[in-house]
Design a protein around this ligand. Structure first.
Ligand code: ZN
Length: 145
């Protein structure tokens, strides 16, 4: 069994929900839940437009596809709108990926890719995570560049 180190996963950074339209879905988050939209950002590499809402230390991320080949477009086709992934904050994303790999976990991203909010992100396949698409994300610090 792996012994938990102090510098592994820190907290749930965000929950990601697939939506057909951010403009349509944000009304619920803003008007019904009263959350504030922090920013809307397109992540070209993932073919998604994202909107982030603050909720204490955690965020809600809405994901809208920007093209038919977007992974979110495929998700919506199969499942409709809803819970898409959970994002855990890490301060050692390479270490976490290496450990997941060692443990036989199927990695969608073998190394981190650029995500929204200037973060480096990597996904673990839901088949290896008991059904939950799992994102590990790390804030990029200026010295990483
Ligand atoms: Zn995410």
């Amino acid at each position: 069994m792996y012994n938990k180190k102090e510098d592994m996963i820190k907290k749930i950074d965000h929950l990601g929900f697939a939506v057909r339209s951010i403009d349509g879905a944000r009304i619920f988050y803003e008007q019904v839940l009263g959350l504030r939209c922090e920013r809307i950002e397109e992540v070209a590499s993932q073919q998604v437009r994202t909107a982030f809402f603050s909720l204490g230390e955690t965020h809600i991320e809405l994901l809208e596809p920007t093209g038919p080949d977007s992974p979110i477009a495929k998700f919506l086709e199969r499942n409709g709108e809803g819970m898409h992934h959970i994002g855990y904050e890490s301060d050692d994303i390479e270490g976490d990926l290496a450990r997941a790999d060692e443990q036989g976990c199927r990695l969608i991203n073998a190394s981190p890719v650029a995500g929204a909010d200037n973060k480096r992100i990597a996904f673990l396949h839901p088949r290896s995570t008991h059904g939950v698409l799992t994102e590990i994300c790390q804030k990029e610090t200026p010295c990483d560049r």
